[in-house]
Design a protein around this ligand. Structure first.
Ligand code: 0O2
Length: 237
């Protein structure tokens, strides 16, 4: 008897089950993964993202003590949906089991830190990574080197310890750090990527428009930072 279904079979069945409004435990039981270990793993990711979020909130509060503006505008966290986890495993040709998620999918827990200014991003990165319980495993600086489509953000994959009823575990979290302008751009581009009812020509044309918007928003970030630097270098009267 075949123990595991192929990812494609699982995905097709999941799509059907989601459409039929089944609950997550029902879906998982169907695929020979009992709900409890899966929910336990997802809870580890949830706890790890809470730890990371708290660390950024602490830095934000501490930096405001010395008369600096709060560098963080907002923090958003998300846990990747089972469907997206499956799709990613399928793209990477990985087997669908919990160890495979744990060992290969480093962005199940995602924390997005939105700052007003680019220099605040690098300052917060340094302070965050200098904490002795945080281990950096991967860094992608799409601010320094934007993607071809214009996407900018700083991505860090870190391991953070969580302390549970059954001991300490290190859990991967993806931290995306970006300015308000970068976030504004990325959310519109994300909508374009998932829009199914427009022609390929229109997608290309909008992609070109978005590239120009990315250059404009990078320029706006630079100019706003210059204004801020001048403002804070003025002697008080
Ligand atoms: P979602 O729904 O946001 O989770 P890797 O993990 O290194 O094998 P990956 O996942 O392509 O490869 O890594 P990368 O490039 O660091 O991108 C991870 C996440 O960054 C994406 O997650 C997006 O959230 C964001 N991102 C990356 N490139 C773009 C882009 O061009 N446009 C937008 N809007 N967002 C981007 P997911 O899993 O794609 O989606």
């Amino acid at each position: 008897m075949k123990e595991f279904k192929t990812i494609d079979e699982v995905r097709k069945e999941m799509e059907g089950l989601y459409l039929n409004g089944h609950s997550l435990p029902a879906i998982l039981e169907r695929f020979h993964v009992t709900a409890e270990p899966f929910v336990s793993l997802m809870t580890d990711y949830k706890c790890a993202s809470m730890e990371v979020e708290t660390k950024f909130n602490v830095l934000n509060s501490r930096l405001s003590v010395y008369g600096e503006m709060n560098p963080i505008e907002s923090i958003k966290s998300r846990i990747k949906s089972p469907e997206s986890i499956l799709m990613k495993m399928e793209r990477k040709n990985l087997p669908f089991d919990l160890d495979s998620i744990r060992n290969n999918i480093t962005d199940v827990a995602g924390v997005r830190v939105i700052c007003s200014f680019v220099d605040d991003i690098y300052r917060l990165e340094e302070l965050f990574l200098s904490q002795d319980d945080i281990v950096l495993t991967k860094r992608k600086d799409y601010i320094e080197s934007p993607k071809e489509n214009g996407y900018r953000s700083l991505h860090l994959i870190v391991e953070v310890p969580i302390f549970t009823e059954s001991g300490k575990r290190n859990v991967s979290v993806e931290v995306q750090m970006r300015t308000i302008a970068m976030d504004f751009w990325a959310s519109l581009e994300h909508k374009l990527r998932y829009k199914k009812d427009i022609s390929p020509e229109m997608i290309d044309a909008l992609g070109e428009d978005l590239k120009k918007c990315a250059l404009d928003s990078a320029d706006l970030d630079r100019r706003m930072e210059e204004v801020k630097k001048k403002l804070y270098s003025q002697p008080e009267v």
